[in-house]
Write a protein that binds this ligand. Structure first.
Ligand SMILES: NC(=O)c1ccc[n+]([C@@H]2O[C@H](COP(=O)([O-])OP(=O)(O)OC[C@H]3O[C@@H](n4cnc5c(N)ncnc54)[C@H](OP(=O)(O)O)[C@@H]3O)[C@@H](O)[C@H]2O)c1
Length: 310
């Protein structure tokens, strides 16, 4: 099969022929139709400890092409999507266990397209986990930094669906996009400093998708006492925030209850009911998968990039 693979440390990846994975008794072999691009894909590629060779990618949508003899929930020909962390997804085939806590999968309903399904898993489940962790409900004053990226675009929509009051930051040219997702008050990070602009605000919950450990501390001045903050990049000094009566969490989506079959079903329901939508930033053929990864690494993708695979 063709796959985007990294064979040597420091390589960005090349598309080449490799052996397709073979299903064991509990495995589902999937012909990948579309693969979502996430920052974790290039972060894992760039980590010196990642085992090689590495087929890039973890989010997929595709068609079941074979199942192990112990598999009961999926059948050949069914459309499924989810997360395949061990075998990679920028490839014509991937392999996932039928039931694996770390690699949730689910069937795709007929009214959800392949690109939309492939874009959802990692960013959507992370957004769902963050919004739950922050206990966002009707009227919650919520700040989302990075509101128009993969996680941010889903998080804003899920929070809007719950009736939150949303302050969101993004590049100034993305103001109308941010507002269309559900941002009520917009902060252009390239023109003004969010912590400065919002000083003295009464934010109850903050989702920081971008700031480093110094940057995130500056948000203490905008969050109310008893408030909550989540970082998805491990930037929150939990003890430091606790002394300011703010509950901080470094969220690892894979450790949340939302990273599950049930979490995928919740996202599908939101999509099917038109309560969230996927913003597809672009679709690229497998031959351009490595370029797509560089695009993601540049940090200027609005919504989700998807790789389509013949
Ligand atoms: N811990 C976990 O389990 C977990 C799970 C998922 C993701 N993550 C991490 O969370 C981060 C976000 O993921 P993602 O998929 O949303 O990434 P993404 O799609 O690349 O989006 C990042 C967004 O941040 C915006 N941005 C950059 N600098 C900003 C700033 N100073 N203020 C406000 N916005 C800014 C970018 O907008 P512009 O284009 O306008 O610059 C971009 O839209 C990544 O580092 C990812 O690895 C962690």
């Amino acid at each position: 099969m063709k796959a985007a693979v990294v064979e040597h440390r420091g390589q960005s990846g090349t598309v080449k022929e490799v052996a397709a994975p073979q299903p064991g008794p509990h495995d589902v072999l999937v012909r990948v139709v579309a693969a979502g691009v996430n920052p974790i894909d290039w972060k894992r590629r760039d980590r010196p400890e990642s085992p090689l060779p590495l087929v890039l990618g973890q989010d997929f949508a595709g068609i079941v092409s074979d199942v192990g003899d112990r598999v009961t929930k999926y059948r050949k020909g069914e459309r499924i999507f989810g997360i395949s962390r061990e075998h990679g997804t920028y490839a014509q085939y991937t392999l996932v266990p039928e039931d694996d806590r770390a690699q949730p999968i689910a069937k795709i309903p007929d009214d959800v397209g392949d690109a939309d399904a492939a874009a959802l898993p990692t960013a959507g489940l992370t957004a769902l986990g963050a919004i739950e962790t922050l206990s966002v409900s009707k009227g919650t004053p919520l700040l989302v930094l990075g509101a128009t990226g993969g996680v941010g675009s889903y998080a804003v929509q899920i929070a809007r669906d719950r009736g939150a009051q949303i302050v969101g930051s993004a590049r100034s040219s993305n103001e109308s996009l941010a507002r269309s997702l559900g941002v009520d008050k917009f902060v252009a990070y390239d023109k003004e400093d969010a912590a400065e602009r919002l000083r003295g605000s009464d934010i109850e919950a903050a989702l920081d998708l971008v700031d480093d450990s110094d940057g995130i501390k500056r948000l203490a001045g905008v969050i109310r006492e008893g408030g909550r903050i989540v970082s998805t990049i491990g930037a929150a000094d939990v003890g430091w925030f606790a002394t300011r009566k703010i509950a901080a969490t470094n969220l690892y989506a894979v450790d949340t209850p939302q990273w599950s079959h049930a979490g995928l079903r919740t996202l599908l329901e939101l999509v099917e009911q038109g309560r969230i939508r996927t913003m597809i930033a672009g679709e690229r053929p497998l031959a351009e998968a490595v370029d797509a990864l560089e695009e993601s690494k540049s940090g200027s993708v609005d919504g989700k990039l998807v790789i389509t695979i013949d």
